[in-house]
Ligand binder design. Structure first.
Ligand code: GTP
Ligand code: MG
Length: 198
């Protein structure tokens, strides 16, 4: 989609004080480490600009990707275990600091399609819902499950989420690998951006 063509990495920050002034709506990708946030950005943009890795904890800065009238924000994932405690605390703090500014206009909450909802996913969904932050739920890596099991997996995960909140604006599964539902997600982002206005 043309709105996603000229996105560029505008700024990377390691401490919240470096955050750029808010000038446009911000769409944030949130989720456990390794869930596929950076891969999804590359997929949405159809370019490889975000660093991805099979090892959890790859993204350790907040990266702001700028389109003409909105930003996509990639925050460090939560829940990885193979990092030093002090480092882990710093990354969690950075993500927390960002959310505590309440400047996210839409949070795309990513959940790995293959696994049941984890405790920190539940906490995040509860936080978004309690704080009345607009969010949608996106299941990642759906290509890893055979399509005849998609409905069963979808209903199972959705019911786990519904027990915490049904406030999400949409819920869908995507694959950065084969592109399934990526256009739909782009449409959702644009419709949110247009509703928010600049
Ligand atoms: N099969 C498949 N693999 C995926 C998909 N999305 C991501 N992956 C893989 O999952 C791993 C983690 O992806 P990343 O995009 O780096 O994950 P992340 O959420 O940015 O991780 P952190 O930066 O550590 O928070 C990589 O090996 C990706 O290739 C997908 O849709 N399908
Ligand atoms: Mg990443």
């Amino acid at each position: 989609m043309k709105e996603f063509n000229n996105i560029f990495l505008e700024k990377s920050i390691g401490i919240i004080e470096q955050i750029p002034k808010k000038t446009v709506p911000e769409i944030v990708l949130s989720g456990r480490s390794n869930v596929g946030k950076s891969s999804l950005i590359n997929s949405i943009i159809s370019k490889k600009i975000a660093y991805t890795s099979k090892n959890a904890g790859k993204t350790n800065l907040i990266n702001f990707y700028k389109a003409s009238d909105f930003r996509i924000v990639d925050v460090p994932g939560y829940g990885f275990s193979n990092r030093e405690k002090s480092e882990k605390a710093r990354f969690n703090k950075l993500t927390d600091d960002y959310f505590n500014l309440f400047r996210a206009d839409l949070v795309i909450q990513l959940i790995d399609f293959r696994h049941d909802l984890q405790e920190n996913d539940s906490q995040m969904i509860k936080f978004l819902s309690d704080m009345k932050i607009k969010f949608c739920v996106v299941f990642t890596k759906i290509d890893k499950i055979t399509s005849n099991k998609h409905e069963q997996f979808f209903l199972n995960l959705r019911s786990q989420i519904d027990r915490i909140s049904t406030e999400y604006v949409d819920i869908l599964g995507v694959s950065s690998k084969n592109g399934e539902n990526i256009k739909k997600l782009c449409g959702l982002i644009l419709s949110a951006v247009h509703k928010i206005g600049v």
